[in-house]
Ligand binder design. Structure first.
Ligand code: ZN
Length: 293
């Protein structure tokens, strides 16, 4: 299933809008990590806003986004570059809901904590900014992040909907950014619209595409810009993990070789397993030796 994002101007070019359909991406994340619904909703919302954010910054900018709340889910970690994301949650097995059956993402993530966004353009020192959580519901937290850390008045909508088998069936989100020169009347209109529209995931479940969502958000006053495809993808490989093992140092590697005769590493982002047998471990030790001399 194609994941994509549509950019647009709204209200005669005074607001920027990004609407994303991420059902496939959130399904993939749920399958990879075996996520229970509330964990899947929290990660899905974070993946969605991260994929949108990565399309608002400079090309090639690498984002690491951490949502660190005090709830049972623990830390949510997402990396995003140019619309390609990967992520994981500390505890995949959380299923918390309100009395009305709606998933309780706020309590599962926790209201006390912070969002950290690290931007790396590979040119200079990575730039990091943090901002406290508001509700743990993710959309509100990022709305506050944009206002406080980036000084951009914004509105964020995010949603992940599940079928009766607790599997993701619709997911997506939007980001509205107000540009200088936006009139108070427009702000008023946007606020009223946001208070009255269906949730993002309900719209997507009802068959809305990204343009339909933009149409809904702007009462038809929009101008379409580019469409971008979004992906869940992990670029990990054995060589990267070999380099990681080597950072443990010769003594530690020798220890592993002597006691376990092998090392197994699990990629947090895609759950792929990499195994290093005794011969491969010996080769890494030899490599460390040759570097020293
Ligand atoms: Zn991986």
């Amino acid at each position: 299933m194609k994941n994509y994002l549509q950019k647009a101007y709204g209200f005669d070019g005074t607001v920027r809008i990004y609407a994303a359909i991420t059902t496939g991406m959130c399904k993939e994340a749920q399958d990879i990590h075996n996520l229970w619904p509330t964990s899947a909703a929290a990660l899905g919302r974070t993946l969605t806003i991260s994929s949108i954010m990565s399309c608002t910054y400079k090309a090639g900018e690498h984002l690491t986004i951490k949502v660190c709340g005090d709830g049972p889910i623990g830390q949510i970690t997402v990396e995003a570059t140019d619309g390609t994301v990967r992520g994981f949650v500390h505890n995949p097995g959380v299923y918390l809901s309100y009395n009305n059956g709606k998933l309780n993402v706020g309590d599962a993530v926790g209201k006390n904590g912070y969002i950290e966004v690290i931007k790396d353009l590979n040119l200079r020192q990575p730039f990091s900014s943090t901002c406290e959580l508001v509700s743990g519901e993710i959309a509100e937290d990022f709305t506050y992040y944009f206002a406080k850390s980036e000084q951009i008045p914004s509105a964020v909508g995010l949603g992940v909907l599940f079928d009766t088998n607790a599997k993701v069936k619709a997911a997506g989100g939007f980001l509205i950014q107000v540009m200088p020169g936006c009139s108070p009347e427009t702000l008023d209109t946007i606020e009223k619209t946001l208070a009255n529209i269906k949730s993002c995931s309900a719209m997507i479940d009802a068959g809305y595409n990204a343009v339909d969502i933009i149409n809904e958000l702007t009462n038809g006053n929009y101008e379409l810009l580019e469409e971008r495809e979004l992906f869940y993808s992990c670029p990990c490989n054995k060589k990267r993990f070999a380099n990681g093992l080597m950072t443990l140092g010769k003594i530690e590697l020798q220890n592993i070789l002597n006691t376990d005769h092998k090392a197994t590493i699990n990629c947090n982002f895609c759950n792929k397993k990499y195994e290093f047998n005794s011969q491969e471990l010996q080769e890494l030790i030899n490599l460390l030796d040759s570097k020293k001399s």
